[in-house]
Design a protein around this ligand. Structure first.
Ligand SMILES: NC(=O)c1ccc[n+]([C@@H]2O[C@H](COP(=O)([O-])OP(=O)(O)OC[C@H]3O[C@@H](n4cnc5c(N)ncnc54)[C@H](O)[C@@H]3O)[C@@H](O)[C@H]2O)c1
Length: 251
């Protein structure tokens, strides 16, 4: 299977570390020119230098800034072929309904649901004009069933994200633009590793009983699927949520 991406212009958010960095590396390895976006300037710059891409330090929850970012990319590179929105997470929000604050609610929804929408809105007109494009959002099992983190706005945000992507998929498919969600399971990214290692061996063993393949995943295993969805070979995959979770979804 070839996942050739030579000449493609790809925006990857959350590219400073974890699944986003792995995605930036993988897309670049396949020939895409990658514009990495993140709030962590130093780590992002390191990844961009390593892959010969561009670093744009930016908070993706800023809608006007997202439009500006896409305008700047189009100005410099002429187009956007691939939007891989990887940035997301629970942002240390409190677990459970009793401790939930409005501040947590808004900031977690803003990152996981609003920002991918703002970016999709910004890239859609150019993709429509060129009659091709790939909009890929990173979801979570939290959006399909529940979150092991117990963070309500995270589950809500990822569920909303799946709805947004399905709706965009229907609207944009006639223009040759595919929209899909890639949904990771337990992945040992920087963040994932901290969460995983904070759990007792007993808790880890219990969680592994709900992962058919019986192990945690690596960021590369998500990046590989994103690279495939970004390629021409995935041209007939539309509006899907692809669970890349070692079979956890069946439990
Ligand atoms: N690791 C897992 O087990 C797992 C499981 C399910 C879903 N996911 C999802 O995968 C994605 C990546 O997860 P990860 O584990 O690599 O996370 P991570 O926390 O290691 O990396 C997230 C990156 O996003 C960046 N970021 C955060 N807020 C941002 C903002 N407002 N603007 C720009 N950049 C921002 C961070 O600086 C960081 O570099 C997330 O959407 C997460 O919800 C991860």
């Amino acid at each position: 299977m070839s996942v050739e991406l030579t000449g493609r212009i790809a925006i990857v958010t959350g590219a400073a570390q974890g699944i986003g960095a792995a995605t930036a590396r993988k897309l670049a390895e396949r020939g895409a020119h990658v514009i990495g976006v993140d709030v962590q300037a130093d780590a992002l710059t390191q990844v961009a230098v390593e892959i010969g891409g561009k670093a744009m330090v930016h908070d993706i929850t800023d809608a006007a800034g997202d439009q500006q970012l896409v305008d700047d990319v189009i100005q410099e590179f002429g187009k956007v072929d691939i939007l891989a929105n990887v940035a997301g997470g629970v942002l240390d929000a409190a677990r459970g309904i009793e401790d939930l604050t409005l501040e947590d609610w808004h900031k977690v929804i803003a990152l996981n649901m609003h920002a991918p929408l703002y970016l999709a809105k910004a890239v859609a007109p150019g993709m429509k004009a060129q009659r091709s494009g790939r909009i890929i959002a990173v979801g979570s099992g939290a959006g399909r069933s529940h979150s092991r983190t117990g963070v309500i706005p995270y589950a809500a945000g990822k569920a909303g994200l799946m709805g947004i992507i399905r709706q965009l998929a229907v609207e944009l498919a006639p223009y040759g633009i595919t929209c899909n969600v890639v949904s990771p399971g337990l992945i040992l990214s920087e963040r994932g590793r901290i969460d995983w290692e904070s759990k007792s061996p007993e808790r880890q063993a219990r969680e592994m009983e709900t992962v058919a393949i019986g192990r945690t995943g690596e960021p590369r295993e998500i990046a590989d699927v994103i690279a495939f969805i970004a390629s021409d070979e995935a041209s007939y995959i539309v509006g899907q949520t692809i669970m890349v979770d070692g079979g956890h979804w069946m439990f």
